[in-house]
Design a protein around this ligand. Structure first.
Ligand code: PLP
Length: 376
């Protein structure tokens, strides 16, 4: 079956008891057993819940994965993945990793003796082999990155990582499985903040990990129940509902983002536009090869940090907020908002940068609003 069909049906057969076409929200913590150990596959809702199972089967299918595990947030998923690493082992990460992941690495795990190496997207794409050895447990990729939209060659990174026995994690939050499927490009694990495009409606916080490796999946299921960062049934249901429209939403996100990027590139008040779909973007060729389209995120630079901060407060249709991937268009100033935790990092984002999460409104309204804000 095609992606669009799987998004609507996998894991979501009509309810056998009632015929309900929509997967019920199984708002229960426990399940009655007929005799000791005799039950219908569910005993306690931290371990498994039928609404969560539906979500896990559906998103796993969209990533082309045999297994999926849902978490309470993207960072809950990341924390669980970090339990595959032991103190003393190394994580090699793309350097402009999501700010919350950088905070987790640098302020939670580094003080405990975990080791980190940060490399640029270009260094990872072109020469990762020089920076990994047998102590490297994980190679942590994000592509396109947040908020600079750098692109990493997943296949090249996976080849270099596997040569030393390291696992490759790809944070696929920005692309979503509709635009990019890292497991098909050699990654071992795919991570999502389902808060973003998978949920798609700015109404839920969630995380996800998918893999084709049976042993890794077994370990993740163990960690999921042992660490306990699980989503509740209603949160699982909201993401499941969002995923049904992922394909059509991503198509419009991409079309609107391309229109906004083209508009900004010709604007006199804009110094530089960062969008992987523009031929001027350094990662354009890799993105074109490993993604179906270029996504809904656009960043751009203006003349000064003061101008960037003022601009994000002047739009009317674009709402000033953190997060991304919802139907509403959002604008923000990464340096002072989403990426404040990277302010002291060597790869801190420039203060002149503005990030856009291009939503599903009419492109003409989005462009008119930006134009008015830029000219004010
Ligand atoms: C938001 C985000 C996360 C963290 O996810 P939460 O659901 O907020 O915990 C991780 N990676 C990327 C790329 C994100 O955008």
């Amino acid at each position: 079956m095609e992606f669009e069909t799987r998004a609507i049906h996998v894991g979501q057969d009509p309810d056998p008891a009632t015929g309900a076409i929509t997967t019920p929200i199984y708002q229960t913590s426990t399940f009655v057993q007929e005799a000791v150990g005799v039950h219908k596959g569910y005993d306690y809702a931290r371990v498994a819940n039928p609404t969560r199972t539906a979500l896990e089967e559906c998103i796993a299918s969209l990533e082309g994965a045999a297994h999926g595990h849902a978490f309470s947030s993207g960072l809950g998923a990341a924390t669980t993945l970090m339990h595959l690493v032991s103190p003393g082992e190394r994580v090699v990460s793309v350097n402009d990793v999501y700010g919350g992941i950088y905070r987790l690495f640098s302020q939670v795990y580094e003080p405990k003796g975990y080791r980190f190496t940060y490399l640029s997207a270009e260094e990872i794409s072109e020469g990762l082999a020089e920076h990994v050895d047998e102590t490297t447990r994980l190679v942590w990729l994000e592509t396109p990155t947040n908020p600079l939209l750098n692109v990493v060659d997943i296949r090249a990174a996976a080849d270099a990582a596997h040569a030393v026995g390291a696992l490759v994690v790809v944070d696929n939050t920005f692309a979503s499985p509709y635009l990019q499927r890292p497991l098909e490009l050699g990654a071992d694990l795919v991570l999502h903040s389902t808060t973003k495009y998978l949920g798609g409606h700015s109404d839920v916080v969630g995380g996800f990990v998918a893999t084709n490796d049976d042993e890794l999946s077994e370990r993740l299921a163990f960690l999921q129940k042992s660490l306990g960062a699980v989503p509740g049934p209603f949160d699982a249901w909201l993401v499941l509902r969002g995923v049904k429209t992922l394909a059509v939403r991503m198509e419009r996100h991409c079309a609107n983002a391309a229109a906004v990027a083209a508009f900004l590139e010709g604007h006199e008040r804009v110094e530089r536009v960062v969008y992987p779909g523009l031929p001027s973007h350094p990662g354009h060729a890799i993105a074109a090869a490993q993604m179906r389209d270029f996504g809904g995120m656009v960043s751009f630079q203006v003349g000064s940090e003061e101008e960037a901060v003022a601009l994000v407060g002047r739009t009317r249709v674009w709402k000033l907020a953190e997060s991304l991937g919802g139907v509403e268009s959002l604008i923000e100033h990464p340096r002072r908002m989403t990426h404040a935790s990277t302010a002291d990092a060597p790869f801190a984002v420039p203060g002149t940068l503005v990030r856009l999460s291009v939503g599903l409104e009419a492109a003409s309204d989005l462009i008119d609003d930006l134009d008015a804000a830029l000219r004010a």
